[in-house]
Design a protein around this ligand. Sequence first.
Ligand code: PLP
Ligand code: LYS
Length: 416
Amino acid sequence: MSCLSYRDAQLCVEDVAVADLAARFGTPCYVYSRARIEASWRAIDAAFGAQPHRVCYAVKANSNLAVLNVLARLGSGFDIVSVGELERVLAAGGDAANVVFSGVGKRSDEMRRALEAGIRCFNVESVAELERLNQVAGELGRKAPIALRVNPDVDAGTHPYIATGMKENKFGIAHEQALDVYAQAATMAHIEIVGIACHIGSQITRTEPFHDAAARVLALVAALRERGIELHHIDCGGGLGVCYEDETPPPAADWIAALRAGLGDSGHELIVEPGRSIAATAGILVTRVEYLKPTAAKHFAVVDAAMNDLMRPALYGAWQRILPVQENSTAPAALYDVVGPVCESGDWLGKDRELAIRAGDLLAIGEAGAYGFGMSSNYNTRPRPCEVMVDGAHCQLVRERETVTELFAGERVLGG
Ligand SMILES: Cc1ncc(COP(=O)(O)O)c(C=O)c1O
Ligand SMILES: N[C@@H](CCCC[NH3+])C(=O)O
C-alpha cells in the first residue's frame, strides 16, 4: 500500500497535492505520510494478537524526529545502532525502557550512555563486546541486560550488501559458538542475560528464511534451557521487504506467523525490529527536472536530486518508481535515464524510464521513506533536502533544508 494517489491528474500524498508541497518547500524534498507510518506499524503490532510482544522500529530506516514521535505515541519500541539514534529516540519522546541496541561496534561511551538511560537490552555481537560491556557496566555499578545476536547462517535471498545472517557476514555470533558464549556471559558479574536476538537481512520477500532462522533460534533456546539458562524474550530482527517494482513480499501478518511457527509455542515475549516495512511506502522524494539532454546514445533527464539525496540506486542498483507529479503532460514520451548533478556516472535515480516530461516538471521517486534521507550525504557540498510530513490535509516542515554555509561552518583553514 502506498501513500500516493492521483486526484484530477495531480499526484497527492494523503490529501495534499505534491505540486503544492514543491511550490511551498522547494525541491528536492522528502515527503512522509503520517497515516501510512501508523498503518504499517499497526499492521505489524496487530499481527501478534494476544502474544506478548514489542515492535521495536529500526531507527536507521528513517530517524526524523517527527517519524520517531509518531511511533513513540503509538507505544513503539526502538532498535538503535548508535548513541546518536538513542538521543533521537529520547528527544522524540521514546521510552529508553523499550530500546534495544544492535550493532557490531558499540563504543564504551555509547554503552555508558545507554546504561545510564536504562535501555531494555544490548544485542551483543561478539565476545570482545560482551567483555567490554561487563567492564563498563561494572564501572557504573550496574548490570547490563543482554541478548546475544546469533548468526543463524540462513540465506535471506536478498542483495548481498544487506544480507546479514550468513556466516561470511560480520554480524552476530556463530550459531555453533552461541552456547559457549552464553555460558561465559552467565559467569559475568555485571551482565544479565535476558534474551536472544537474530536479524538475517533486509528487503526479504519470502517467509521461509524467517521461519528457518526462527527455528534455529528455537533450538538454541531449548539447549540453553537444558543448561539452566532461561530467557525472557526472543528478538527476531527486522527485514520484511516492500514492493518497489514487482516484488511480492508477504503481508506483515504472514511474516509474524512464519516467525511464530518457527519458534513453536515457546512462551517467550517476541520482539521484532522492522524498519523498511514501516517507513518505505510512507515516503517520496520530490525532484524537479532541470534539463533534458538528448545524446546519441541516451535521453537524460537531469534532475535536482542526486545520489547524495537518495543513495539506493547508486549503491545497490535499486529500482524505485519515478512518477510524474502532473499526469496530463503534453510532452512527448521518451525513455530517460534520470540522473542527478553529482560528478559520478553512478549518479542515477532510474534508468530507461518512459516519461513524458519537459524541463521544469516535477517527478516523485516512490517508496523513499526508508533508507532515503537517512543515507543521504553532503557529497559535492550539496545541502541535504528538507523533510515534510503530511497528515490528512495538513502538512508541516519537519526538517529544514540545509544551507551551504552550515555545511562548512565547522571547518578551519590552517592557523585559523
Ligand atoms: C539489527 C537490525 N535490525 C533491524 C534492521 C531493520 O531492517 P529492515 O529495515 O529491513 O526491517 C536492520 C537492518 O537491516 C538491522 O541490521
Ligand atoms: N540501506 C539498505 C538497508 C540496510 C539495512 C540495514 N541493516 C537499503 O536501503 O536497502
